[in-house]
Design a protein around this ligand. Structure first.
Ligand code: ADP
Ligand code: MG
Length: 688
């Protein structure tokens, strides 16, 4: 029977579950190899099917009431003759007297192979997801599985297979390897099938046996659900003027220090926003020397962005007024909406409705606006000190944290755009990400996320961006609260955080472990190019730190570089007698800026050097700044490792401003370089 008939019939009967023989028929029609399964309704029929197959056979109960067949004695294997088939038929029937049995399947015994599982589950954020893992203890105990959002590309199928710990087993173990190409095709076929059939909600192919030549699906179950809505076509949006407005009105601007309306307006004025500013406040004539207006409709010129700081209760009215006056973007920084409960949610829906009606885009509510150093615009709720223009984008769900971090970080890293998104009533993280990525001033994007709206678009957009600009994400809310009961094994394995990690990998996003990690990576990536080779050249004044660095780069998938013979000679002539190692080069306390420079220049000339780690002495860090700054590294990254750097702040800031990131430990340096190297490799692979 063709697959559509099987599915249609099940749906017509109001079923949500395709039994094994039906599921296998569906898979067969997709060109997937299964054992097949004949359905017997009597002992004689079972023998008849047995005789049409080569012995031995397997027999299994078929029932809509039985999901795990073997648990209850519903699977009999290795049946070799008619008597065994009859006995198995009777035993299975006996064991399921209390269940509605649709028949007993008789099927070929598959020859043994590596047991694997392929499954489909439905994720609340990302929609259908595909799972792959090795069967038995690998999945049950070790949870050694990989996920990707559906649809997948060929490179995703490859990644899914290579990602599991048991991959080495598939590559070859005791002379036995698996047909990885066939497996990739199987994953692609399932992905394609799910995309074309929105009623498929979950699936377990468990097990599929993998062979040196091909595979065999031994058991399959397909779960049907409400058809998934068709994905919305991505609309190219232009948010440019939200980030580069010509004019801003601040509704609720205040001349009274301590009020949020004072903070926001003061930030805009003190950072010298390069555009028109209109404070709106019926009780003031002027604020910070600028003429105040009683309402937005009193402003004589057109307004690109209105920042709304009035209390939640009147926000919807203000939003409507802004829309009527032709404001193009509304940034609602006020809080007290959906985050507080049902009443707030109602106001949000009302605001969204109004904005949609007028075609106006809305950021927030409950956010801290946008900072764009390239047009001197600071909309933050907290007072922000002087900022330099930079190439780092930061998208943060929470506003306060972005500003809080900024106070210190601005000394050692330069941001271009910081956008806070708050409750994401209209503009969400993907919209902002897309817009920020288009900005020529931005080279790397950090994101702090608690949730994602419309997961698949996020993956598609991020995947495109990471080809050009790295994205580093810190995602919180990793614990799995309130997971509902699920029908398939796959779904029970698909923890929310695992899916996020998989989605990030699928899009080439770098996932940070914590805030410090995120900003360390952003700092390194924003100041230095990505390594294109795995060889690392280590120059140190402390032998131990050199050894630790050597270990750490190995842990991070890189290795010590090896100089070409002529370069070795060049280095030898430079080294004092007591220095013997060529990498790490340990100058002990005779290390100074000139020797480090000459050594780096040798590394720059080497084909095997992809990056530099220089271990510098905190107490003389300042003496290196100018020299290191003026070396031509020819596209090879350098990161300084300075033990005790937190006590050498002034020089660290100088070094950072010279474009050389300073990290406290060799492990942190190696971690960052490793991540940068792998990212570069992935981008190159995707492009080829
Ligand atoms: P369950 O519903 O319990 O998952 P399965 O159909 O997966 O039932 O059968 C249980 C186990 O029996 C499988 O994991 C596999 O090891 C073995 N098995 C089942 N069918 C076959 C078959 N046709 N050939 C070889 N082994 C089989
Ligand atoms: Mg099974």
């Amino acid at each position: 029977m063709a697959k559509q008939e099987v599915i249609d019939r099940a749906l017509a009967e109001g079923r949500t579950y395709l039994m094994e023989h039906e599921s296998k028929a569906v898979l067969e029609s997709l060109g997937i190899t299964t054992t097949g399964a004949g359905v017997a309704k009597s002992e004689d029929e079972a023998v008849e099917i047995f005789q049409s197959l080569a012995a031995p056979v397997a027999m299994k109960v078929l029932s809509l009431d039985v999901v795990h067949k073997s648990d209850a004695g519903g699977v009999k294997l290795n049946l070799r003759d008619a008597d065994e088939v009859r006995a198995a038929y009777r035993e299975i029937t006996q064991a399921f007297l209390d269940k509605k049995v649709a028949g007993i399947s008789v099927q070929k015994m598959a020859r043994p192979g590596v047991e694997a599982i392929v499954g489909v589950a439905n994720d609340a954020t990302f929609g259908p997801i595909l799972m792959f893992g090795l069967g038995g203890v690998f999945v049950e105990v070790l949870k050694d599985v990989s996920f990707r959002s559906i649809p997948i590309y060929a490179s995703d199928a490859k990644d899914m297979i290579e990602e599991i710990k048991g991959y080495a087993l598939l590559r070859g173990y005791r002379g036995y390897s698996s047909d990885i190409e066939a497996l990739e095709k199987l994953l692609m076929a399932i992905s394609d099938f799910v995309i074309k059939n929105p009623v498929i909600s979950e699936m377990d192919i468990n097990p599929v046996f993998l062979y040196p030549d091909g595979y065999m699906v031994v058991d399959a179950r397909i779960i049907l659900g409400e058809p998934r809505p068709a994905p919305q076509a991505a609309v190219e949006q232009d948010l440019h003027d939200l980030f580069y407005p010509r004019s801003i009105a601040v509704i609720g601007a205040s001349g009274t220090p301590g009020k949020l309306g004072w903070n926001v307006f003061t930030n805009l004025v003190s950072h010298k926003f390069r555009g028109m500013l209109y404070p709106i406040n019926p009780k003031a004539d002027e604020i910070h020397g600028l003429k105040a207006y009683p309402c937005i409709s009193a402003v004589p010129k057109s307004v690109d962005v209105a920042i709304v700081l009035v209390s939640a209760g009147v926000t919807a009215d203000v939003v409507e007024e802004c829309c009527k006056c032709g404001v193009r973007y509304i940034v609602v920084e006020s809080a007290g909406f959906a985050e507080l409960g049902e009443d707030g949610k109602k106001i949000e829906l009302l605001m969204k409705d109004i904005a949609d009606r007028y075609g106006v885009r809305l950021l927030g509510p409950n956010c801290s606006g946008i900072i764009n150093t390239h047009c001197s615009m600071v909309q933050s709720i907290g007072i922000v000190d002087a900022l330099s223009m930079g190439n780092i984008g930061l998208v943060s769900q929470a506003g306060v944290c972005a500003a809080g971090m900024l106070w210190g970080l601005r000394h050692i890293m330069d941001f271009g755009i910081i956008a806070t998104i708050g409750n994401k009533l209209d503009i969400n993280e993907t919209d902002i990400l897309e817009a920020v990525s288009k900005d020529e001033n931005i080279n790397v994007i950090c994101m702090y996320l608690e949730s994602v709206k419309g997961g698949r678009r996020f993956i598609d957009v991020a995947r495109r961006i990471t080809q050009e600009k790295p994205i580093v994400v810190l995602k919180s809310g990793r614990t799995d609260a309130g997971k509902k009961a699920v029908a398939s094994h796959t779904a029970s394995l698909a923890g929310n955080d695992l899916i996020f990690s998989a989605a990030f990998r699928q899009s080439g996003i770098i996932r940070a472990r914590d805030y410090e990690h995120m900003f360390n990576l952003a700092r390194a990536i924003s100041k230095q190019p990505l390594p294109t080779r795995e060889g690392v050249f280590i120059i140190t004044y402390a032998g131990s730190l050199g050894v630790i660095a050597a270990d750490a780069i190995t842990d991070n998938g890189m290795r010590l570089s090896e100089l070409e013979p002529p370069l070795k000679e060049r280095l030898k002539s430079l080294l004092p007698d007591y220095v013997c190692g060529m990498n790490p080069v340990d100058y002990t306390f005779s290390q100074d800026a000139e020797t480090v420079k000459k050594t780096i220049e040798i590394g720059v000339d080497s084909q095997d050097v992809g990056s530099f780690i220089v271990v510098l002495q905190a107490e003389i860090l300042g003496s290196y700044v100018d020299t290191l700054k003026n070396i031509d590294y020819q596209g090879k990254p350098i990161i300084a490792c300075v033990a005790g750097k937190e006590f050498a702040q002034t020089d660290v800031i100088k070094m950072e401003n010279a474009g050389i990131p300073v990290f406290g430990t060799p492990e942190q340096v190696a971690d960052a370089l490793g991540i940068m190297y792998r990212h570069q490799k992935r981008v190159a692979k995707e492009k080829s």
